[in-house]
Design a protein around this ligand. Structure first.
Ligand code: AMP
Ligand code: ZN
Length: 134
């Protein structure tokens, strides 16, 4: 298995760990968007949100919540963004599911993505298609 996050879990690659339990590991992103940018991963290898078991997903999101609180209290940040790049088409580079927890400060200059608008009747068609996929 050549997954770099599995190697971090096994201790074969170094990382700045900030939290660990039986199921989850959280460590500093090596190329932070803002200082304190954390990656939270399940210890077991799953590629994406469709693969991860509901039990491990519960553990993962609980750890994300814990890390968010630690960033607020430990770094004194005002808020944070969560990001999960699900699949390469969405920008996922490391194929081991991970939440990014990105500390935010007012006026830090980070811009979120641009938003568009729906044409007439387009929104209800899109909503119908999505409901058909449930
Ligand atoms: P993604 O594009 O969602 O797959 O994000 C992968 C993230 O992993 C990027 O933000 C990288 O900076 C980060 N990353 C890659 N290698 C390492 C590493 N060895 N230690 C910590 N973070 C890493
Ligand atoms: Zn992995």
């Amino acid at each position: 298995m050549s997954c770099i996050f599995c190697k971090i879990v096994k201790g074969e690659l170094p990382s700045y760990k900030v939290y660990e339990d039986e199921n989850v590991l959280a460590f500093l992103d090596i190329a932070p968007v803002n200082q304190g940018h954390i990656l939270v991963i399940p210890k077991k290898h799953y590629a994406n949100l469709e693969e991860i078991s509901n039990d491990d997903l519960c553990c993962l999101i609980k750890a994300v919540k814990k890390i968010g609180k630690a960033l607020k209290q430990g770094l004194g940040i005002a808020g944070y963004n969560l990001q999960l790049n699900n699949d390469p088409a969405a920008g996922q580079v490391v194929p081991h599911i991970h939440f990014h927890v990105i500390p935010r400060k007012k006026g830090d200059g980070l811009k979120l993505w641009p938003q568009g608008e729906y044409r007439e009747r387009e929104a209800e068609k899109i909503a119908e298609k999505i409901k058909n996929g449930l």
